[in-house]
Design a protein around this ligand. Structure first.
Ligand SMILES: C[S@@+](CC[C@H](N)C(=O)[O-])C[C@H]1O[C@@H](n2cnc3c(N)ncnc32)[C@H](O)[C@@H]1O
Length: 316
């Protein structure tokens, strides 16, 4: 098998079949990391008993969730192209959110990445937002937009370059504002205020030489195959920097972080680097395997991904 182009695993069902026997976990199984206490499972986010299986009595101070978006834009060639009707998608979403609430500590943060299909009344984003009102213990905090460098579009429409992330809290979790500073230098000084008739720079605004990320993130590079962090085969990998930013803002060293949709294992790797424990799982054994292999590869080489090399060297 050539490593690059490895292709998207959702485009290549025959590749998935080849990889399945190489996966160490069967559905329902959980891998325990003896080094730093992470866990990775092949489990279903919508099944209460599956979530219970990996969490037991433990609860997380932070959940970073990146479910399938039910949006097909940009994936027209997907072999197993599949979209739920919105009602089923929302019922499913409500189930995993319920399961997520059970494993959140009384003071915890929840980040949900979600898409909006501009060709179909922007579903499921607004439906999801309204559905979340059914959980009175969750309070909405912010609506983050991350800018992609590459987009999809036509000559007749605006290029679609945005990714949305909703931030909710349960209780009152800590928030580390310093995590919010980007590497972009400030051009303008802070705003000015008058003190005893003199114009002074507002000290609250001038502490850092860099700008705050705010809730529109324009400084994060989208993952593509030439980047070290790329995990071949993954079609929905989030940039490591975006997940690290969330972990740094909404958790501390030693905290437990949850991710029910592991895919390329980005949350697990961010947790490993930032010394948080992560319990994560994917319904697909191939993505659970990729998640574990990415962690092992990082421990062996210090690299954040495989770039264009294959994560499955046993298949040539
Ligand atoms: C958008 S991707 C997550 C991307 C991830 N944040 C990353 O950076 O790699 C969604 C993942 O959810 C998984 N998935 C779909 N339905 C699931 C379910 N019911 N339970 C757990 N995982 C599921 C898919 O296999 C896919 O890998």
């Amino acid at each position: 098998m050539s490593a690059e182009p490895f292709g998207r695993l959702d485009h290549r069902s025959e590749l998935r079949e080849t990889l399945l026997p190489l996966c160490r976990l069967q559905p329902g199984e959980v891998w325990h990391d003896s080094k730093h206490g992470h866990k990775v499972g092949v489990l279903d986010a919508a099944k209460r008993e599956d979530v219970q299986k990996i969490f037991g009595e433990e609860q997380a101070v932070l959940s970073v969730q990146d479910p399938p978006y039910n949006v097909t834009a940009g994936a027209e060639n997907t072999e197993n192209l599949f979209r739920w009707n919105l009602k089923d998608y929302m019922e499913w979403s409500e189930k995993w959110v319920e399961n997520n609430l059970r494993i959140m500590t009384p003071d915890a943060g929840l980040y949900v990445w979600l898409g909006a299909d501009q060709r179909d009344h922007f579903q499921p984003l607004p439906d999801f937002m309204v559905m979340m009102r059914r959980f009175p213990e969750l309070v909405s905090r912010s609506f983050i937009t991350m800018r992609n460098q590459r987009g999809y579009g036509t000559q007749k429409n605006w290029m679609a370059v945005r990714q949305e992330c909703l931030y909710y809290v349960k209780g009152s979790p800590a928030f580390n504002v310093n995590a919010e500073y980007t590497e972009i230098p400030r051009i303008l000084r802070g705003y000015y205020k008058e003190v005893h008739g003199q114009k002074m720079e507002n000290p609250e605004r001038s502490r850092s030489e860099n700008i705050r990320a705010g809730n529109v993130w324009v400084d994060i590079q989208q993952v593509f195959y030439r980047m070290q962090e790329n995990v071949p085969g993954c079609y929905a990998q989030k940039p490591l920097k975006s997940i690290e930013r969330i972990l740094q803002a909404s958790s501390r060293e030693g905290d437990l972080v949850a991710d029910f949709f592991a895919h390329a294992g980005t949350t697990l790797l961010a947790g490993e680097i930032l010394r948080r424990r992560v319990f994560t799982f994917d319904i697909d054994p191939v993505f659970a395997e990729l998640t574990i292999r990415r962690l092992e590869h990082h421990r062996q080489t210090g690299k954040t991904g495989f770039q264009w090399e294959t994560p499955f060297p046993e298949i040539v």
